[in-house]
Structures are given as C-alpha cells and as structure tokens.
Write a protein that binds this ligand. Structure first.
Ligand SMILES: Nc1ncnc2c1ncn2[C@@H]1O[C@H](COP(=O)(O)OP(=O)(O)O)[C@@H](O)[C@H]1O
Ligand SMILES: [Mg+2]
Length: 274
C-alpha cells in the first residue's frame, strides 16, 4: 500500500507520467534538433540568460559548463517550458516552438529531463521501475495491470544492459547505490524514447568508477538521442570529449573541444582559473 501511495504521489509530482508517445511532429531533416536564439530572461532586473544562442545537432552529445549562476539550470527550465523567457526563440526541430507549448506537451514531444537528485521508486524493483516508465502514458491503474509483450520485455532488457543493472533487475531500487539510482533514472527516461535528453550534473556524488561508467552510458546514447549534459566535473567532461559550450553571465562565452576551451584565455579567466 505504501508503494501505491508513493506511486500516486509521484504521478501528481511527475507530470511526465501522464504523457503519451513522442509526437510525430518533430522534424530535424533540415538541421539541428534544438535552436535557441537570442534568449533573455531576467529575474528582478538580473539577466540570468542574456541573448543566449545555442544550436544542438540531431544525435549530438553536448556538454554545458560554466560557473555557478551562469544560467545553466535556467536554460533547461526554458527548454522544458518551466520558465518563459522575456525575448528570443527556442525550437525543437523545425516545427515545435518550445516557447508556446506547455510543459507536459514538451515532455510528450520528446524532451526528457534528468534532475540532479535521483528519484526512483525505492520499493519497486529495478525492472518494475523501467516497466512503469514505459507505461507512463497509460495512467497508474492501467500500468499496474498491463502485461508486457515480448518486444517490450526486450526493450527493458536492452535498457537494463545499457545502464549496467541487469544483475540488479529484480532487486528493490532502494538497495542501489547513489550512482546506480542515477542510472536507473536515466533508464526510466530512456523508456519513453526521448529525442533530446537534458541531464543536470549526473556525476555529482558518484565514485570515480561510477563516473566513468556514466560517461560511457551517455556516450553510447549519442546518435540515437541528442544529449545535453550540464556538469562541473572537468575530468568527466574531458572523458566525454565532445563539443563543450561555456556559459557565463547568461550567454555562451566559448564553444569547442575541451582542449580549445581550456586554452581560451576568457574561459580560463571566468571559469577554469577561478
Ligand atoms: N526563479 C528565480 N528567481 C530569481 N533568480 C533566479 C531564479 N532562477 C535563477 N535565478 C538566478 O539566475 C542566475 C542563474 O541561475 P542558474 O540558472 O540556476 O545558474 P546555474 O545553473 O548555471 O548555476 C542566478 O544568479 C540565480 O540566482
Ligand atoms: Mg544549476
């Protein structure tokens, strides 16, 4: 009963549980999956985002770094419809105007967001967590009575392998380490087949070995999914070794490989040298 109560609570809190399959409206044939142009957002006169422009290619894995207060989380809030900017444009593919869609429609159209703190159903098994995420669109009661077909079973097995939790499939999620819970949450997002995954500080609190595995996991998603990772851990960002965008005072200060970023004098001044 506790589990049910927990599930019911989570259904209220996590609006993505009510969402349907990704919308076919996403069109990336002519370019990036994500366009952000000239986005400005002020809080009481303070510009958290200041004329920010950023493009993410379909299938790309992009790292976003920057000092505290640079606007990284605010950007994710804008992309998921949680915060509306004062000016600018944000498009998902060619057709979906993120600034006009409500949060649940954005999630439904294929943008998945992983918050910093892992949120899994501790009393359900790892497998059940993934199963529930897969049936999120069906509502709680239908989900609990739903029977998996072979293809769905295969998909869960595939995600279990991807997140290195095959052996723990039938253990309650509550016994997992902090790092494993993070992977399970990424796995739950993957069950909904997002085209774009936004991941905020995935390796905070992880052991070195867990960080390495997380880098592998996120790298393996590139191509099938586009991924934007916000992370402070420089070793981690280096191990992912993709294009890095440096945010500073609400706009992109520099963009390039980790080597280019680390040798950029402005970046060293505001970020790496601090
Ligand atoms: N809802 C809000 N109200 C007021 N100020 C905010 C709000 N959200 C963010 N800010 C401010 O905007 C700036 C950018 O914050 P944030 O996007 O969280 O930065 P980061 O994630 O890069 O550390 C910070 O100075 C923060 O205090
Ligand atoms: Mg933040």
């Amino acid at each position: 009963m506790d589990t049910l109560r927990e599930l019911g609570k989570r259904e209220e809190v996590f609006s993505f549980l009510q969402h349907a399959a990704p919308s076919p409206a996403l069109d990336t044939r002519h370019g990036p999956i994500l366009y952000v142009e000239g986005v400005t957002k002020s809080f009481d006169g303070f510009r958290a985002l200041d004329d920010l422009t950023l493009y993410i290619d379909d299938g790309e894995l992009r790292c976003l770094i920057g000092p505290n207060g640079a606007g990284k989380t605010t950007l994710m809030d804008v992309l998921t419809g949680k915060t509306r900017p004062d000016t600018g444009q944000a498009w998902f593919g060619q057709r979906l105007n993120l600034l006009e869609l409500p949060e649940h429609v954005i999630a439904q159209s294929g943008i998945g967001r992983k918050f910093q703190k892992p949120t899994v159903f501790e009393q359900l098994t790892v497998f059940e967590n993934l199963e529930l995420a897969m049936h999120a669109s069906r509502g709680l009661w239908t989900s609990l009575r739903w029977r998996l077909d072979g293809e769905q079973q295969d998909r869960i097995d595939e995600v279990l392998a991807l997140i290195s939790l095959t052996e723990q499939a039938h253990a309650p999620a509550g016994v997992l380490s902090h790092g494993q819970k993070q992977w399970l949450e990424i796995g739950s997002l993957l069950m909904q087949n997002p085209r774009l995954l936004l991941v905020d500080e995935p390796v905070a609190g992880m052991t070195g070995q867990e960080s390495e595995k997380t880098a592998e996991l996120l790298t393996s998603l590139a191509g099938k999914h586009s991924v934007v990772v916000v992370e402070h851990d420089m070793d981690f960002v280096r191990s992912i070794a993709r294009t890095v965008s440096v945010l500073h005072q609400g706009s992109v200060l520099a963009e390039g490989s980790m080597d280019e970023i680390q040798s950029d004098a402005r970046v060293r001044e505001v970020y790496l040298g601090e």
